[in-house]
Design a protein around this ligand. Structure first.
Ligand SMILES: NC(=O)C1=CN([C@@H]2O[C@H](COP(=O)(O)OP(=O)(O)OC[C@H]3O[C@@H](n4cnc5c(N)ncnc54)[C@H](OP(=O)(O)O)[C@@H]3O)[C@@H](O)[C@H]2O)C=CC1
Ligand SMILES: O=C(O)CCCC(=O)O
Length: 477
């Protein structure tokens, strides 16, 4: 690991700041200490907000070209250091190194994309009703943005929020997840090297998330909150943000249905299920959570999935050819154990796996459950682990109803060869994103986000910058 990128202090106003308290960051595979990191409290959060507020006065007045150039310099440095960043990510988060490299490139793509979008923050001129005035529309950065991110994509979730914020002319205060602050701190170091001015990016690691959350939401200097994480915490932050009427972007939990109709290429559908379910050992908000398979092809798909799942290798993310690695922490393991046990108690059958690995107490074996039904918690909650829940269905109408019978509405997947059905379901399924005949849908050029309790706002794509901009109407006579 490149030690010069392993930072352990808070990053405030372009300085590495030591705090009195520190907290442990452990490797989820070795379960050993990687490093102790500065533990920020209210005081550091307020310093970071002040620094971001001061930096906003100048950063918001830079030209779009200047902001674009700085973001591109940051992108170049991330790509130059991709292997080292990936190793840091795997060490603190656990995912296979190949996936970590994919995440660093994925996150970097958002930075390059928004460096380009910075140049396209266009206004409008609208005809007036009486022809006597000009209606002009300009766009301005919203101000200081508070960013709170989860541990499952410790680099990409930060990049996806910071890049549009900076491109728009905003400055940021980031609170990374306690389990994974190192990827975030390494990104901050590279932003310094890229010449992004002091105070534009501030980073406050903490073991007391709610203290930082309250400092950010109670400050009238912070004009927007962008959060990715659980729906439970999203609701808390939304209610806190109401106090100062801060804008919110919320990327919250999912419960993705994955529907396979009987007119598909079965091997293609099996590949799609595997890719969607087992990315990051099942710890993504867009993972297939409930797999609905048409009853006529159910048995064949169960057999093909069984062959694939049985051959998956478990171990350290740093080993070659490993696909299932430790879950983030003991709470993650406990949640998967509870969901599988209660499904079994209600009649689900374990076809493969179903236990914590006997080689490692934080790895859950890749698992297939059949005979899953809707009264089971596993069909209602985000599993966040490598467990496939399979449910047979008989007709389109009932499966759409079942797919929509959840408060979540983030991602959905449909495998079918029928173009009329694709048209119908694209309107009927209640989710922000649908993969038709595709199990991996995330990329920087597409609008990522949910409906219902999965949140609001869109990240990435040409839409992703608008959450960071205010529209101002000028009536000119
Ligand atoms: N939609 C998604 O992308 C994600 C969904 N989840 C879902 O949530 C479940 C639990 O995961 P968990 O890590 O606990 O997710 P959380 O929502 O608790 O964590 C996400 C982020 O929010 C922070 N946070 C937690 N509480 C507060 C608060 N009161 N104020 C401000 N920030 C706060 C966390 O900090 P800290 O790390 O210090 O606790 C972390 O940075 C998972 O099993 C999964 O179902 C989890 C992660 C991502
Ligand atoms: O799981 C999440 O927290 C969202 C990121 C996943 C992705 O971008 O595909």
């Amino acid at each position: 690991m490149n030690e010069s990128l392993v930072k352990s202090r808070a990053f405030i106003n372009g300085e590495w700041v030591k705090t009195n308290k520190r907290f442990r960051v452990d490797d989820p595979f070795s379960q050993e200490l990687i490093v102790e990191v500065s533990d920020c409290g209210e005081e550091e959060a307020n310093q970071a907000i002040e620094a971001a507020h001061n930096a906003f006065q100048t950063w918001s007045k830079t030209t779009a070209q200047e902001r674009s150039d700085k973001l591109l310099a940051w992108y170049d440095l991330i790509i130059e250091n991709l292997d080292d960043l990936a190793e840091i990510l795997t060490t603190e988060q656990g995912k296979p190194l190949k996936e970590a490299k994919g995440e660093i490139q994925y996150g970097a793509n958002y930075i390059k994309w928004f460096a380009e979008e910075a140049l396209r923050i266009d206004g409008d001129i609208i005809p007036s009703p009486d022809g006597q005035k000009q209606i002009h529309v300009i766009k301005q950065p919203v101000g200081v943005v508070g960013i709170i991110t989860p541990w499952n994509f410790p680099q990409a979730m930060i990049a996806r929020k910071v890049a549009p914020a900076l491109a728009a002319g905003c400055t940021v205060v980031i609170k990374p997840a306690a389990e994974t602050p190192l990827s975030a701190l390494a990104m901050a170091e590279l932003s310094l090297q890229a010449g992004i001015p002091k105070g534009v990016i501030n980073l406050v690691p903490t073991s007391e998330a709610s203290v930082i959350g309250e400092a950010i939401t109670s400050s009238s200097k912070v004009r927007k909150i962008s959060f990715t994480g659980s729906t439970k915490v999203g609701k808390i932050l939304m209610s806190q943000a109401a106090e100062n009427v801060q804008r919110v972007t919320m990327e919250l939990g999912g419960n993705a249905p994955f529907i396979v109709f009987d007119d598909v290429d079965i091997d293609d559908a099996v590949e799609g299920i595997m890719a969607s379910k087992f990315r990051n050992s099942g710890q993504t908000c867009v993972c297939a959570n409930r797999v609905f398979i048409h009853e006529t092809i159910y048995q064949e798909i169960v057999e093909k999935l069984t062959n694939k799942v049985e051959s998956m290798k478990t171990g350290s993310g740093l080993e070659d050819d490993v696909s299932i690695t430790p879950l983030i922490n003991q709470a993650g393991i406990d949640k998967v154990k509870r969901l599988v046990q209660s499904a079994k108690d209600k009649g689900a059958k374990v076809i493969v796996g179903g236990n914590v690995s006997d080689k490692h107490n934080q790895i859950y074996e890749p698992t297939i459950l059949t005979d899953v039904s809707f009264d089971m918690d596993i069909a209602c909650e985000e599993i966040f682990g490598p467990v496939l829940s399979l449910i047979p269905f008989s007709n389109e109408e009932s499966v759409v109803e079942q797919a929509n019978a959840t408060k979540a509405g983030l991602a959905a997947y449909v495998y079918t060869d029928d173009r009329h059905r694709i048209k119908r379901l694209s309107e009927q399924i209640e989710s922000g994103m649908i993969g038709f005949n595709e199990g991996i849908i995330s990329n920087h050029m597409a609008p990522f986000g949910g409906v219902k309790e999965s949140g609001m706002g869109r990240e990435g794509s040409k839409y992703g910058i608008s959450d960071y901009l205010d529209i101002k109407y000028l009536c000119i006579k």
